[in-house]
Design a protein around this ligand. Structure first.
Ligand code: GLP
Length: 242
């Protein structure tokens, strides 16, 4: 009878070869956020089957090198940020990680505070607040969707300013330096609007920060920031309980 068994193959499979070629091209020619060539283009250029190309891409998605963006295509994985939970601005936090922060102001207006906002900001309901809705990006990748409320009395003319880094504007234009804050973080599924703005699937997980920020004993901000859970993690240094 035939007890002969073949030695394990030492030649990489087609799938592994294609994966290696793609990995090399990603390292040498592409940047985070770039789309990879289409399956069809890869089939033609590499002279392998579509199944092999798909498998190699799937391996790289699995390994976190590539990511599929809902309804768009396959891209080189973008930035991943570990927050240290300090009282920093979004802009500073991204710059500290070597990423370029940018802001898209989605809406900004002055309106009377409702009960909830007034309570959070410790002002009377009906007093004016500036409400700013922003998309925050890092190296062009959508990171967070933020809605902040700021007392108009503290920041007259805020709507006429550049609303890129608010903490910078507070400091440089109003002499208001944030000194402390209270923050909660919770998990939430993206609604349709958040999903569209952040470029993620509806119901995709987000980490939502609710922050009240102080300058001395004045409340200067009541903000909700929804971070993409695939981009943003919270890092905690943990020490023994004293
Ligand atoms: C973080 C906080 C927000 C705050 C923002 C300020 O994202 N979660 O509450 O408004 O930082 O950042 P920047 O100064 O870049 O606007």
């Amino acid at each position: 009878s035939d007890h002969y068994s073949r030695p394990a193959s030492v030649t990489p499979t087609k799938r592994a070869q294609v994966r290696g070629i793609l990995e090399h091209e990603i390292d040498s020619e592409l940047s985070p956020g770039d789309a990879i060539p289409s399956e069809r283009a890869l089939v033609t250029r590499l002279g392998v089957s579509r199944v092999t190309v798909r498998q190699a891409i799937a391996d790289l998605v699995e390994g976190g090198v590539l990511e599929r963006v809902h309804g768009k295509g396959t891209y080189v994985t973008g930035p991943q940020v570990d927050s240290r939970l300090h009282l920093t601005s979004f802009s500073r936090e991204m710059r500290d990680r070597g990423l370029l922060p940018a802001t898209v102001v989605l809406s900004a207006r002055e309106e009377p505070a409702d009960d909830e906002v007034a309570y959070g900001l410790r002002i009377r309901p009906g007093r004016n607040v500036v409400r700013v809705e922003r998309l925050r990006t890092a190296d062009g990748t959508p990171m967070a969707y933020e809605v902040g409320n700021y007392p108009s009395a503290l920041f007259p003319g805020l709507l006429d300013r550049e609303l890129g880094s608010l903490y910078d504007v507070f400091a440089s234009e109003y002499g208001v330096v944030v000194t402390s804050g209270e923050q909660t973080v919770r998990a939430e599924a993206a609604d349709a609007h958040q999903a569209r703005v952040l470029g993620i699937a509806k119901r995709a997980p987000m980490l939502v920060q609710e922050r009240v920020t102080y300058a001395g004993d004045r409340v200067v901000e009541l903000a909700t920031s929804a971070y993409r859970a695939d981009r943003y993690r919270i890092h905690m240094a943990i020490t023994p309980r004293g």
